[in-house]
Write a protein that binds this ligand. Structure first.
Ligand code: AMP
Length: 444
């Protein structure tokens, strides 16, 4: 199959050829004809599958072939993204695909001044990429009207809900014309996503290009058990031992990111950090420098987990496991993209065993464990597997203290060799759902 057989027009074929895209990826093969035919879409596509071109390329064709010229302060298509980085990245891809077309594109997001955005919107833009909060601000300040909107794309819809944008999405929904095309892309389909799809989509075509909730099989994954207080030391050890050149590291909190970056920089290691407290320009600069290999180690919170496309990234390290199990899939999806192979290593301490179990259950695999010599944990990480069971070894029965003398009465139970150990459950009750996925989190 070629892009030409999918019915794309010549300026788009030329742009794809310039970018070196030869054959459509599976999501593109399914999405492009459906979008061109005007269908609504509900697509489950992992990151790195080429989904951006899957929606953007046919969208550009529709905007070129159909509909009136864009009016002042209007947009003909809106692509909603969860984070500023993703909005920038999606916009950059859209602009590349549109390079031979007479269409205008623009990205708006928070964390930067709204005034230049308002100025830019005056003439109207054909495709607007936006984060939900800033879009609503622009709408409320009359800088943007949505009555000309032909198509709405919800990119990384599950992430938008995780970040607490469900209210914003409901508000945006009310601003939209009833007659429109809606394309929903989500790496994973939770019940909440299906509910959202039920409200926003009209007889959608469902596309599922990879098994639901399964992590990319191009990524070799394993776990190194370690005590919490020795994680940074282990990271530096593994980095030196493996001669790591470019690593994206995920930490749980903003403070955790800063502490690790400080520690690495203190050791003369070329590291930088990204998290929600940093100004947008600083975040983008750190990301650009990492992409161009000027920074060796980029430490991030989950703000960087989704959608970011870093060419040939060989390694992702989970310094901390994510609280939401699905974020694990997104984090490791930063490597092993576009057919490359990658590695994902998780440093796991005893406290994180339930998160590990939730990840294994979600990805339906038991992650291999490698014990690193001299870093064997004092606090053992209980065994886990894809069934969601956390197996704690039964405690060794203690010998009673000598009964001679006064002192406290000894309540211990002596177990003779050959006697069956006291009935102590060795397996914790199994939870049926990933334990940490308990609905939307607070907005960052
Ligand atoms: P995405 O999943 O949209 O973030 O795309 C992942 C990467 O694959 C990006 O670097 C795209 O430029 C690249 N890509 C998308 N479609 C194709 C294709 N048909 N052939 C080659 N590379 C592609």
């Amino acid at each position: 199959m070629t892009f030409a057989t999918l019915g794309l027009i010549e300026p788009l074929l030329r742009a794809l050829e310039t970018l070196g895209y030869q054959t459509p990826t599976p999501v593109q093969a399914q999405a492009i004809p459906a979008v061109l035919a005007g269908r609504d879409l509900m697509a489950a596509a992992q990151t790195g599958t080429g989904k951006t071109a899957g929606f953007a390329v046919p969208l550009l064709q529709l905007l070129t072939m159909e509909g009136p010229k864009v009016a002042a302060n209007s947009a003909r298509a809106l692509i909603l993204c969860p984070t500023r980085e993703l909005a920038e990245q999606v916009h950059a891809s859209v602009a590349e695909y549109a390079q031979n077309l007479p269409l205008t594109t623009y990205a708006v997001y928070g964390g930067v001044s709204i005034n230049p955005q308002m100025m830019k919107l005056r003439k109207g833009v054909d495709i607007l990429v936006a984060t939900p909060g800033r879009l609503i601000d622009l709408f409320r300040q009359n800088a943007l009207k949505l009555n000309q909107l032909q198509t709405l794309v919800l990119d990384e819809a599950d992430r938008m809900l995780d970040l607490g944008f469900s209210e914003e999405l409901a508000n945006i929904y009310r601003m939209l014309p009833k007659k429109r095309q809606t394309l929903l892309f989500s790496a994973t389909f939770s019940d909440e996503i299906r509910l959202l799809a039920g409200q926003m989509l009209n007889d959608p075509l469902t596309i599922e290009v990879s098994p639901r909730n399964v992590a990319a099989n191009t990524v070799k994954q394993w776990v190194v058990p370690v005590d919490k207080k020795r994680k940074a030391e282990l990271f530096v050890h593994l980095m030196r031992k493996g001669r790591w050149k470019q690593v994206l590291v995920f930490a749980k909190t903003r403070n955790g990111v800063d502490a690790l970056v400080d520690k690495l920089q203190g050791l003369g290691i070329n590291a930088d950090g990204i998290h929600g407290d940093k100004p947008q320009a600083t975040r983008q600069r750190a990301l650009d420098r990492f992409k161009s290999s000027d920074v060796q180690i980029l430490v991030a919170t989950d703000v960087a987990a989704r959608g970011l496309d870093i060419e040939d990234l060989p390694l992702v390290v989970n310094f901390d496991l994510p609280i939401v199990a699905e974020d694990y899939i997104h984090r490791i999806g930063r490597t092993g993209r576009a057919g490359n192979t990658g590695e994902a290593i998780s440093l796991v301490c005893a406290d994180e065993v339930n998160m590990l179990s939730a990840i294994e259950m979600l990805t339906r695999q038991t992650l291999a464990r490698h014990m690193e010599q001299d870093f064997e944990p004092e606090h053992r990480v209980p065994d886990t597997d894809a069934s969601g069971q956390v197996v704690k070894k039964p405690k060794k029965p203690k010998k009673p203290k000598s009964s001679g003398g006064g002192g406290k009465r000894n309540l211990g139970k002596w177990v003779d060799s050959g006697e069956v150990a006291p009935a102590e459950p060795s397996i914790k009750p199994v939870r049926k759902v990933p334990v940490f996925n308990t609905g939307p989190r607070k907005k960052k």
